[in-house]
Design a protein around this ligand. Sequence first.
Ligand code: HEM
Length: 148
Amino acid sequence: MTTDAWLAIAHHLAVFGVLAVLATEWALVRPGIGAADVDRIARVDAAYGVLAAVVLVVGFTRVFAGDKPTDFYFENPVFWAKIAAFAVVGLVSIGPTLRYVRWRRAAAGGTGPAAEEVVAARRAIAIELAVFALIPALAAVMARGIGL
Ligand code: HEM
């Protein structure tokens, strides 16, 4: 087994992990949730942060230590489109994370999140999932040097 193969395995597992966490958030953040649900949502969101960081670190390790030269990626706009899409997912995720922090504070006093707060968080998670789904397509194109 080569370093490149190990990195590819780690990359795929971390990516599937992020997808699993996003899907879990989508399932947990639903109309009607109360103070008791908030803690679990915040913990799932923390797992999202950790896994996204692993994707980022392993992804860039592939760029610098994988089998292909670094320029294979840096000179391909499709690579940058993939990075931009990942950044968009990260930026959109800030909104829900800030909401969960506020929900957690209110939940300590026994108050559950307001219905419109839940709708707004769900909208953001849906956008994250939609943009995330574009990334494997960009990855497949990039990996074949299309766009160079
Ligand atoms: C900063 C974030 C990321 C970086 C730097 C990165 C980097 C890379 C690199 C260098 C490869 C190797 C391509 C090759 O074989 O030449 C790769 C492959 C791949 N990446 Fe990422 N990646 C990132 C995030 C993601 C995310 C978020 C996803 C999924 C949503 C993803 C999905 C894939 C897939 C499916 C492949 C395999 C493509 C193929 O061989 O057809 N990556 N990535």
